[in-house]
Ligand binder design. Sequence first.
Ligand SMILES: *Cc1c(COP(=O)(O)O)cnc(C)c1O
Length: 484
Amino acid sequence: MSAAVSALEQLPAPVPDGSATGLWSTTVRRVPGDLEVGGCSVSKLAAQFGTPLYILDEADARARAAAWVSAMREAFAELAGADVYYACKAFASVGVARWMLEEGLHLDTCSEGELRIALAAGARGEQLGLHGNNKSAAEIELALDHEVAHLVVDSLAEVEMVAAAAARRGQVAAVVVRVTSGIHAGGHDFIATAHEDQKFGLSLAGGAAWEAIGRISANPWLRLVGLHSHIGSQIVATDAFVAAARAILDLRARVAGELGTVIPEIDLGGGYGVRYTGADPIPPSPRDFAAVLAAEVARHSAQSGIPAPRVSVEPGRSIIAPAGMTLYTVGTIKDVHVDATRTRTYVSVDGGMSDNIRPALYGADYTAALVDRAPTAPGESGYSRVCRVVGKHCESGDIVVRAVALPEDIHAGDLLVTPATGAYGRVMASHYNILPSPGVIAVRDGRARWLIHRETVADLFALDADYPAADSPAADSPAIAADN
Ligand SMILES: *Cc1c(COP(=O)(O)O)cnc(C)c1O
């Protein structure tokens, strides 16, 4: 193999090791000729539920959610306590929202759809937050109907909108001001959100945050319950969160000094990083993040003499990404000459950018493994084949995995899985090329069930006003029992 091939290209997916710091959800095991997750054979899941398919490891998702709750509760026990809001945007279904509520989390939403999922899961208003930089009047009304714990206001216009709606209803709305602190972090510019030149939040430096705080404090229909900061996504540096916490605590101290109001809460948002490939660093644990945040809150409170606030965080990805994997069937395989010395094997699968847009949207890297064969390390059995896994869409950027070493004998019909796809996959799915969205199953203790049913092409045609109903193909989803 040519020396020009990079180390990353020769990296097979690491072997699942059952650890929370690995790439695979904690119940994934390699057994002879198969992978297991949640006690279920992945080959059997493919046969029963079809591919492509999203698989969520329920025990893993619950454990990660519970780890956030216990880490925050313990770290802030001596201060004013803490709440963990699961960011529904990372993955939303009624089933998963229920898991989160059962594990003691609250739910963050940013649309009518997410709010309705949270409500259907049984969330009470005090367990809900509503985000969004352009909330509709209907979304604000729905949030007020259910007296959500807070609406996170994102602009001065929205302060007025919420105030007007609250006044009309004769109801006081609990609001949090989303502050753009100037601190930003994250793996990609598009997912860094607290720098100034972007659409989210009210600027600290430019004075809009201060203006919003003043207007809210002066309005009898608004109650200022908190200050919010979200600095980006896929962040593995605790110091970025500490810097943001300090900026928010400084602002809170200024409000206490100048307006005489002690704002009861701060919300430090989400963005806690995960591993997508073996080349990614092991991110800090919820316990690590909670400890540094609590230390900063304690230090600031001691120094300013202002009582510590209650603290919220809003993890999405770090709870649900590692719990998920996507299962595909390999189709065509093509060897392409990259240059005079290098060949890359293009492995096509039966999904692609419609079920995982992140590689195309952010240049995100993933890895992959075959279900029935362990990776072959270079030198172990010949050498591994340098592959790029691509989808079936009419777009050359339709990449699933940019570079991964897969077994030499990979062939059509092989089952291929990509780990760590539980977040921002199904929720960002598109119907490009009129592909129906894969379904989502939950696996736990040897049982599998649908969380979201597989779409069929007939489902897609149902909304095409000119599609002749008589011609609609029969639903082609395999008949599935509720449990296997
Ligand atoms: C996206 C987002 C989150 C969740 O981010 P993750 O990277 O999934 O943890 C939380 N809060 C806000 C305001 C967000 O925009």
